[in-house]
Design a protein around this ligand. Structure first.
Ligand SMILES: NC(=O)c1ccc[n+]([C@@H]2O[C@H](COP(=O)([O-])OP(=O)(O)OC[C@H]3O[C@@H](n4cnc5c(N)ncnc54)[C@H](O)[C@@H]3O)[C@@H](O)[C@H]2O)c1
Ligand SMILES: O=C(O)C(=O)C[C@]1(C(=O)O)C=C[C@@H](O)C=C1
Length: 366
């Protein structure tokens, strides 16, 4: 029998989940969004099977409800769902970037028909809205689940079964620990990216060339400052305590660095940078287990029409599937590099040889 999945909030994340889950014969996906144009776009483009304008009616039909809304709205909708008289049991999940406030609300739910399992796919983008939704967004990403206190293990398993189509790697975490870790590796870096951009903007008042000089480094480190301001203020506010603590830690870190510079302590500075480099390089390490292995190739290309397609076609002809492709520091008329990821070492070697034979300048990442 087909499962009925009701997704509320069809933006980047809700839309991506809908797109992925609607592809399976096992699911019937109903969508709702506060924005009528979003619902229309999702319906016309097959991101959902059907649209609903009535949350309660669609919720009563659902086996699973996923909230793809910003955190504040998610908590409000949870209160609404709690008041519905369901004829059968329903699993409710969310995708919020901060888990503690959502799980506090979940643990206060009174409706005996509801089993709540918090969710957070650790994948996204600086883009927002249904038009940026991608069915494969969660492939190979970590997908965190935070079951509510009264949630049965079989309910968690049922949700995991549905999420299998996302090809993500599911792990369970305790909400507070989740928020501390995402504070460190997601929320605080976002704040720093925005602060760096604000700093450049101030300096531009006296140095008009700043935007022209902003090259790969600045762009890499500040990409996430282009994300939705409304969404991110909500994330920061819901993880306020951790953010404040991280700002204090950062202030200490900057003061220490300032001291090293004032003292011209070259040895300590080198050691500081060396340890940071080692840790950062280690994040890309090829590990078996929760994070699947990727094998990368770097191909020098010219910024010309068809260059990327030529490389991709050559590799496809050898039946090697590219799992990720990224353009690095490409500027008009100047040689850039393509980073291609494949799944196995054999495929990496095969692609390397093939591209070299065709005259491409290729490098491997071991
Ligand atoms: N952006 C990311 O990279 C990312 C990654 C993982 C998780 N998240 C989480 O996903 C959630 C959604 O973020 P997003 O990036 O998809 O944002 P988004 O702005 O792309 O989408 C949010 C959608 O919710 C809709 N919406 C807002 N209020 C609503 C309401 N009351 N009822 C119904 N629909 C409503 C909006 O119209 C929009 O379509 C957030 O909780 C966020 O923390 C975001
Ligand atoms: O790739 C990005 O642009 C993101 O910001 C994605 C990102 C992240 O920080 O990694 C952002 C918020 C999420 O809750 C999960 C993922």
């Amino acid at each position: 029998m087909r499962r009925t999945i009701f997704i509320i909030g069809l933006g980047l994340i809700g839309g991506s989940l809908a797109k992925c889950l609607a592809k399976s014969e096992a699911n019937h996906v109903i969508g709702y969004d506060i924005n009528q144009k979003t619902i229309e776009f999702a319906r016309i483009n097959g991101i959902i099977h059907s649209a609903s304008s009535d949350i309660a009616a669609a919720a009563k039909e659902a086996d699973l409800i996923i909230l793809g809304t910003p955190i504040t709205e998610t908590i409000e909708i949870m209160h609404t769902l709690d008041t519905i008289t369901f004829d059968r049991d329903v699993i409710i999940s969310d995708v919020s970037s901060v888990k503690k406030p959502v799980m506090e609300a979940a643990n206060c739910m009174q409706n005996s028909r509801i089993q709540f399992v918090g969710g957070h796919p650790m994948a996204g983008s600086h883009k927002k809205g249904v038009k940026a939704a991608k069915g494969h967004l969660f492939e190979n990403a970590i997908y965190v689940l935070t079951p509510a206190e009264t949630c049965q293990p079989q309910t968690v398993q049922q949700l995991q079964d549905v999420l299998e189509d996302t090809k993500s790697n599911i792990i369970e975490l305790e909400p507070n620990e989740h928020d501390e870790m995402t504070g460190v590796i997601s929320h605080f870096p976002h704040l720093v990216a925005s602060a760096l951009v604000q700093q450049a903007k101030k300096w531009q008042e006296t140095h008009a060339y700043i935007p022209k000089l902003a090259a790969g480094g600045f762009r890499d480190v500040t990409r996430i400052a282009s994300s939705s301001p409304e969404l991110w203020q909500d994330i920061f506010c819901h993880n306020k305590q951790k953010m404040v603590q991280l700002i204090d830690d950062w202030t200490t870190e900057m003061t220490d660095l300032k001291q090293m510079l004032l003292e011209q302590d070259k040895e300590q500075l080198t050691s500081y940078l060396k340890h940071a480099k080692e840790y950062r390089d280690g994040l890309g390490a090829k590990k078996k287990g929760a994070i699947p292995a990727f094998y990368d190739l770097y191909v020098d290309i010219r910024d010309q029409t068809g260059a990327i397609a030529s490389v991709a076609n050559l590799i496809a002809e050898e039946n090697v599937s590219i799992t990720n492709i990224q353009i690095l520091e490409i500027r008009e008329g100047i040689t850039g590099a393509l980073r291609l990821s494949v799944s196995t070492k054999d495929e990496q070697q095969k692609s390397y040889q093939l591209l070299r034979d065709k005259g491409y300048d290729v490098m491997l990442e071991e």
